[in-house]
Design a protein around this ligand. Structure first.
Ligand SMILES: C[S@@+](CC[C@H](N)C(=O)[O-])C[C@H]1O[C@@H](n2cnc3c(N)ncnc32)[C@H](O)[C@@H]1O
Length: 213
């Protein structure tokens, strides 16, 4: 993991110094300032964004997006989900200001995902059934990841699904964290053209077999 972060740091320095789009430069600059919280050197691609949202049923979903960054998944979600059923979460103020300008009609919350349950309206607790996450769970400190997932558990429906990407060849959530959340991962798709290539996983609640009959 340390080697990966070091390589990403070097690539992001190269991006910042070699001339890039303003969005890419902003992203790489934020990564250099806080690599473990940003967890990526560039915004996700259109291809990955499409894979992250294509399985969501727009008619029957109340959706939270965690770690929106500059908004590649947000763009797809805003086009698909009614605005009162969509909550965008980002705690980095530079990204938050960018999101507010890019999606002026959509409520974006500048809050730490650890405190998610304090910001999602109470009447929706237990009703959030889709979570689209760009959070870098493998590089966040373990106690932060645990707090985020505990908070998530308080607002999600029993049958929720968590859609999460990773750059690594293993499920994006550490095993202890997915057990704590009561979910199991299913591999969904590879996005080969993302930089770097990314894997999409979908977590669903563990189904306990009914043995009473
Ligand atoms: C890997 S980037 C993904 C950004 C965007 N979704 C994308 O795919 O391009 C991770 C994002 O999670 C945000 N983040 C990290 N920790 C967070 C936290 N505790 N609460 C809210 N957002 C967080 C970072 O600021 C960053 O924007």
């Amino acid at each position: 993991m340390k080697n990966t972060i070091t390589s990403l740091l070097l690539v992001s320095i190269a991006i910042v110094t070699s001339g890039c789009s303003s969005e890419q430069c902003t992203f790489a600059g934020e990564f250099l300032g806080n690599p473990s919280a940003i967890g990526a050197i560039a915004p996700s691609s259109e291809e990955l964004a499409e894979m992250m949202v294509e399985s969501i049923d727009p008619e029957n979903s109340i959706v939270i997006e965690l770690g929106a960054g500059t908004g590649p998944f947000t763009e797809k979600l805003v086009a698909k989900i009614p605005k009162d059923k969509l909550f965008i979460i980002e705690n980095n103020t530079t990204f938050y200001e960018h999101l507010v300008k890019r999606f002026p009609d959509q409520a974006v919350l500048c809050v730490d995902a650890c405190e998610l349950d304090q910001h999602i309206p109470k009447h929706l607790h237990g009703k959030i059934n889709v979570v689209v996450s760009g959070l870098p769970f493998r590089s966040l400190p373990q106690e932060v990841a645990s707090k985020i997932l505990s908070s998530l558990k308080k607002v999600c429906a029993v049958n929720f699904k968590l859609i999460q990407f990773t750059y690594f060849n293993e499920p994006p959530l550490p095993l202890a964290e997915s057990e704590m959340l009561g979910v199991v991962p299913t591999y969904y798709k590879l996005s080969p053209n993302n930089t770097p290539a990314a894997h999409v996983w979908i977590y669903n609640p563990i189904v306990v077999a009914d043995t009473t009959n």
